[in-house]
Design a protein around this ligand. Structure first.
Ligand SMILES: CSC[C@H]1O[C@H](OP(=O)(O)O)[C@H](O)[C@@H]1O
Ligand SMILES: Nc1ncnc2[nH]cnc12
Length: 290
């Protein structure tokens, strides 16, 4: 039996996956609020997959409204061992054209209106975000993306903006000057929360547009993003099938599986029992240890 359960967070244009067997839709309750949608659970090539459309059924939720805490908590409750997130991204670099897949490995977080930690007053933790994605999972999704026929850039810095409006040209130039390669509105705080929940996370970004920094080109509009995403979505689905086919049954431990061992700072007697109860999934491994 496979030791992997891959949570898949589908972004704009990817609202379902292909090839799942024994599919069940389950509404998972989270103490952090409502996840974006019920979880779609099934199997591919003998491995469990759990799919969640980030913006909800019919793309109801703005990037700010996506409850990333509830989503990550629900995926953890559903037994996910790892998370593959998929996102539409704007390109800030000439050599990353629409259609290109970028396996993101760094972030600049410019979001400002989102709950970005599970660990609030009564249970404080400081996880490392120096290396914010899982290298093993990122390598696997890079290989699977190539197998699906995509042009793949391994590594890239993702600027997370609040949205929902796209950037001004001045902002787009500023982010380029900071060394950002791609831009989106959702992978933060998602990646931070995955790390707090001890879930290895990889982000497959699919370039849909050149944002608005190219002075002589029309600025990004949703219509163009969706048209390009529809073209990319077939490859994204094939990438997931290639990933399933490439996974061994055995899952070696990742250092991310136990990263809270170095992150919790509140002394046991100062911990808030009510918050600890809410963290029964996020800190499930530590609760079990007693
Ligand atoms: C539809 S354009 C902007 C929208 O697309 C991206 O969503 P996701 O990351 O969920 O694929 C971007 O972050 C914005 O939310
Ligand atoms: N240009 C862009 N800016 C922010 N998010 C995006 N998602 C896709 N394209 C984008």
């Amino acid at each position: 039996m496979s030791e992997w359960t891959i949570g898949v967070i589908g972004g704009s244009g990817l609202y379902a996956v292909d090839g799942l067997e024994n599919v069940q839709e389950i509404a998972v309750e989270s103490p952090f609020g409502e996840p974006s949608a019920p979880l779609v659970m099934g199997e591919m090539a003998g491995h469990r997959f759990v799919f969640l459309p980030r913006h909800g059924k019919g793309h109801r939720l703005t990037p700010t409204e996506v409850n990333a805490r509830a989503n990550i908590d629900a995926l953890k409750r559903a037994g996910c061992t790892d998370i593959v997130a998929i996102s539409a991204i704007g390109s800030l670099q000439e050599e990353l054209p629409p259609g290109q897949f970028v396996i993101v490995d760094q972030f600049i977080d410019r979001t400002r209106q989102r709950a970005s930690t599970f660990f609030t007053s009564g249970m404080v933790a400081h996880v490392s975000m120096a290396d914010p994605v899982c290298p093993r999972l990122s390598d696997m999704v890079a290989g699977a993306s190539e197998e699906a026929g995509a042009n793949v850039a391994k590594g890239g810095t993702y600027l997370a903006m609040e949205g929902p409006q796209f950037s001004s040209r001045a902002e787009s130039h500023l982010y380029r000057s900071w060394g950002a390669d791609v831009i989106g509105m959702t992978a933060m705080p998602e990646a931070k929360l995955a790390r707090e929940a001890e879930l290895p996370y990889a982000l497959v970004g699919m370039v849909t547009d050149y944002d608005c920094w190219r002075e002589h080109e029309a600025p990004v509009e949703v219509e163009a993003v969706i048209a390009q995403m529809n073209a990319n979505a077939t490859k994204a689905r094939a990438m997931l099938q290639a990933l399933a086919a490439s996974l061994p049954d055995k899952r070696d431990a990742s250092p991310i599986d136990t990263c809270l061992d170095y992150a919790l700072i509140t002394s046991p007697e100062a911990r808030d029992p009510a918050l600890l109860a809410k963290l029964d999934a996020v800190m499930g491994r530590i609760h079990k240890k007693g």
